[in-house]
Design a protein. Structure first.
Length: 501
């Protein structure tokens, strides 16, 4: 019976558990309960990924009402791959947050933190699994409202301004998406994604459909923070609690990238979006500008969380660049970078959170001499930083290798060269932090007795991600198989396995 409802579990588990977590209050039971629920969702997501890779698409009719009349949940190789990454990172961040959240969030607000985290996880899982365009908007708002709350929980009051800016921009993005979905419904009379796809394909050139496409692409671009619609992200990542920054940087924008992929390939069709509307050139230009502009800004920041925030904007550019190549290899590179970047940025933000735990600051000057004082934390930052650069034997190298391969398949030497040049800028902003940690003396003004390694509850999740950065950089069979299957499925429909409750 449980296997039959497995598709719904990653949504239902955290959604039901969220208000229960609030009832526990500020006890260790709240943390343990939230972590257990996230781990259960992760197990369900992994099982769905294995099933999608072996059996094809899983379709679950909610309430027994068959699509397109009822609400459908669909799991394929693409969304199962991203869902597993999201739930796994959620679990690791919750393990990390036991000490981190206790240090950075007021005791009275900690139960709210775990509740909002579970709601955000439920929303992100729903976005990935739903087969209904309107319900995608509903889950998007669930995750967004929870995210605004998470960002505002830090003790630094600047988080309130960052959360408000995020709220305004997120609301504008959601409104654009809703208007776009409404235009599609007005023209086709359906909200089921596959039914939408079939009816849009049967239509001749339609201004209504194209206008809907424009609204949706702008709205999704705001949500994923694609240049130049990205200004909400640096503040949100910088002033949020460290555990929140690690979670959002690893998951939220990656899910939004997936939403863009889903709308392009499943609903509108790649031929219409790229060949007829010319969106591939627009996305490629914006992606390249994002890579260089945001990497340059990262190079001149003094706050390391702000450095990593702008780095995330540049990495989003790499993902969108893969989509713009309009090939199985390019799309596979974008999908694999969603997974790989979650590993990299999760480890980096956890390492920075560890420094904040001990020193109360994340300015580059605070990292002086930490290579000796906090060797495990700085080793984790170093390895994850090398992965961001794209050094061989790390997951960052795998992502950029396939991006360059996708570009060279089309004889696009310029894009291949730009990907390599973007990596050089990553050397600069990661190198500035490593220079302070390993080549500058520990400040005499600091009490050396207080500056030591963080608790194991923070080190273990951090190093799990670091080891994953290396393992999946050496053994790429799992990630490449999943991403390749996902990319191939998005370019051609597979058979569907029906699951009716």
């Amino acid at each position: 019976m449980l296997e039959q409802h497995l598709v719904a579990l990653p949504i239902i588990l955290p959604l039901i558990a969220a208000p229960i977590a609030l009832l526990f209050g500020r006890t260790i039971l709240t943390w343990a309960f939230a972590t257990l629920i996230s781990a259960g969702a992760c197990f369900a997501a992994f099982s769905l990924l294995i099933a999608a890779l072996s059996e094809g698409v899983l379709s679950y009719a909610v309430g027994g009402w068959p699509p397109p009349w009822g609400i459908e949940l669909r799991v394929d190789a693409a969304n199962a791959f991203v869902l597993f990454a999201v739930t796994a990172l959620s679990t690791l961040v919750l393990l990390y947050s036991k000490a981190s959240a206790s240090h950075e969030i007021d005791p009275d607000k900690q139960a709210l933190f775990y509740t909002a985290h579970l709601l955000c996880l439920a929303g992100l899982s729903g976005i990935l699994v739903t087969g209904d365009a309107f319900n995608l908007f509903v889950f998007l708002e669930i995750s967004s409202l929870a995210t605004y709350t998470l960002v505002s929980l830090a003790s630094d009051k600047r988080c309130l301004t960052a959360a408000f800016r995020y709220l305004i921009m997120g609301t504008i993005g959601a409104t654009f998406i809703l208007i776009g979905v409404g235009l599609l419904y007005m023209k086709t009379g359906t909200l089921n994604m596959l039914d939408l796809s079939a009816r849009i394909a049967a239509l001749e050139a339609s201004r209504t459909v194209n206008t809907g496409l424009a609204f949706i692409m702008v709205g999704v671009s705001i949500k994923l923070a694609l240049f130049p619609l990205h200004m909400w992200l640096p503040g949100a990542y910088t002033y949020a609690p460290s555990a929140v920054s690690a979670f959002l940087a690893s998951t939220a924008t990656k899910v939004a990238v997936y939403v863009m992929i889903r709308f392009i390939f499943t609903i509108f069709g790649a031929e219409h979006v790229f060949a007829e509307m010319g969106m591939d050139f627009i996305l490629m230009v914006l992606a390249v500008v994002a890579i260089f502009k945001c990497s340059y800004v990262a190079c001149v920041q003094s706050n390391v969380k702000t450095v990593l925030a702008h780095s995330s904007l540049a990495q989003i550019g790499y993902m969108v660049l893969g989509i713009s190549l309009v090939s199985v290899t390019g799309l596979m590179a974008g999908l694999i970078h969603i997974f790989n970047h979650a590993l990299m940025k999760g480890a980096l933000f956890m390492a920075v959170g560890a420094v904040f735990y001990r020193l109360g600051s994340v300015n580059i000057e605070a990292f002086r001499g930490l290579g000796k004082r906090m060797p495990l934390t700085m080793a984790a930052f170093t390895i994850a930083g090398l992965s961001i650069i794209g050094v061989p034997l790390t997951v960052g190298f795998v992502s950029k290798w396939y991006l360059i391969t996708g570009a060279l398949e089309q004889n696009n030497w310029l894009i291949a060269g730009l990907v390599l040049a973007g990596s050089l800028l990553a050397v600069v902003y990661i190198g500035r932090v490593l220079e302070a940690a390993y080549f500058k003396e520990f400040p005499a003004s600091h009490d050396s007795k207080d500056v030591k390694e963080v608790p194991l509850s923070m080190l273990i999740p951090m190093w799990v991600l670091v080891i994953a950065n290396i393992y999946f950089g050496i053994d790429t069979s799992f990630t490449t198989e999943a991403a390749t299957s996902a990319a191939q499925w998005l370019f051609q429909n597979n058979q569907v396995l029906e699951l009716t409750p």
